[in-house]
Design a protein around this ligand. Structure first.
Ligand code: ADE
Ligand code: ZN
Length: 336
């Protein structure tokens, strides 16, 4: 429905699940490869897009880590982040919480400081230029060991005030949340909030571990929690936000097709579902395209769309004054 499409585009949105390295569009990837003298296996932008034929998480991750190898200088991280913020602002994203994968950079010799300085400078400029509010979430790569995560947290300490939470991403199967219990406990003792990817490819048990062992405030994805009714009831009672990423789920075959996506079932079960883009440069859409894909596949109503978008602001890690400001603007938009 064309008027719902326009409504989705104009609706103020919060994005809570976006990997900044996953917003690296092939155009910028090739330009940075040239700028930094990095060799990529893609001769053109079209060839890069053509190579994005993954059908499961690990195949995607292999391309994602290769893609981020062009990010070397502070300016690269700045340019990447500014490009995302510009697109997000154009889609009426009013608040975003951005994941970054420091180990994806430090493991190949880029200093933590280079990464955080580029991201941070872009967030400051982006907030000023686009009037958007932002926060950073430092993610640990779960295919690496906990000692590496501990070292990363140590390295990040001089910039403790620049991120609000820690997260857990990368290859889920075989790397349960339990593996990172100690580093998450230390992060929490430092006043950091916590999130974790769970139930994307991994079983419902990983969602329970994220809740019980990592004590997260949000679950990233969480799709497979629906296999466990008692877990669904718990997530609903606790009003635990799920940062759902429909186009990602489709491209990584977490769902067989978009019409089978559980988003409406999540809402009907009383779950606090939000819609996000995950890795927009790889999965074919930013947050608006994710809302549009769900509206079209599930025939979402205006009311459902409003609930999902409001859930984003309700689930954000911003201070209460900022949340109230965003919610007031959201309600004012709905009255227009
Ligand atoms: N890193 C970037 N995108 C991811 C995803 N969808 N799942 C796990 N790790 C990721
Ligand atoms: Zn993700």
């Amino acid at each position: 429905m064309a008027d719902l499409d326009a409504f989705i585009a104009r609706l103020p949105k919060a994005e809570l699940h976006i990997h900044i390295e996953g917003s690296l569009e092939p155009e910028m990837m090739l330009a940075l490869a040239r700028r930094n003298g990095v060799t990529l296996p893609y001769a053109s932008v079209e060839a890069a897009r053509e190579a994005y034929r993954f059908t499961q998480l690990q195949d995607f991750l292999d391309l994602y880590y290769r893609g981020m190898s062009v990010l070397i200088e502070e300016q690269d991280f700045y340019d990447l982040t500014m490009a995302y913020l510009q697109r997000a602002a154009a889609q009426n994203v009013r608040h975003c919480e951005i994941f970054f994968d420091p180990q994806g950079h430090t493991e190949r010799g880029v200093a933590f400081e280079t990464v955080i300085d580029g991201l941070w400078r872009a967030l400051r400029d982006g907030e000023r230029i686009f009037g958007i509010t932002t926060a950073l979430i430092l993610c640990f790569l779960r295919h690496l060991d906990e000692a590496s995560a501990e070292r990363t947290l140590d390295e990040a300490m001089p910039w403790r005030d620049r991120f609000i939470a820690v997260g857990l991403d990368s290859s889920e199967k075989g790397h349960p949340p339990a593996k990172f219990q100690r580093v998450f406990a230390r992060a929490r003792s430092l006043g950091l909030l916590a999130v974790a990817h769970a139930g994307e490819e991994g079983p419902p048990e990983y969602v329970r571990e994220a809740l019980d062992l990592l004590q997260v405030q949000r679950i990233d994805h969480g799709n497979r929690a629906l296999e466990d009714p008692a877990l669904v009831a718990r997530l609903a009672t606790e009003r635990m936000p799920l940062t759902v990423c429909p186009l990602s789920n489709h491209r990584l075959r977490v769902v067989p097709d978009l019409k089978a996506h559980p988003l409406r079932r999540m809402l009907q079960a009383g779950l606090m579902a939000t819609v996000n883009s995950d890795d927009p440069a790889y999965f074919g859409g930013y947050v608006t395209e994710n809302f549009l894909a769900m509206q079209q596949a599930l025939d979402l109503t205006r009311e459902e769309i409003v609930t999902i978008a409001r859930n984003g602001f309700l689930s954000a890690f911003c201070d209460e004054a900022t949340r109230q400001r965003h919610l007031l603007a959201f309600d004012a938009f709905l009255k227009e």
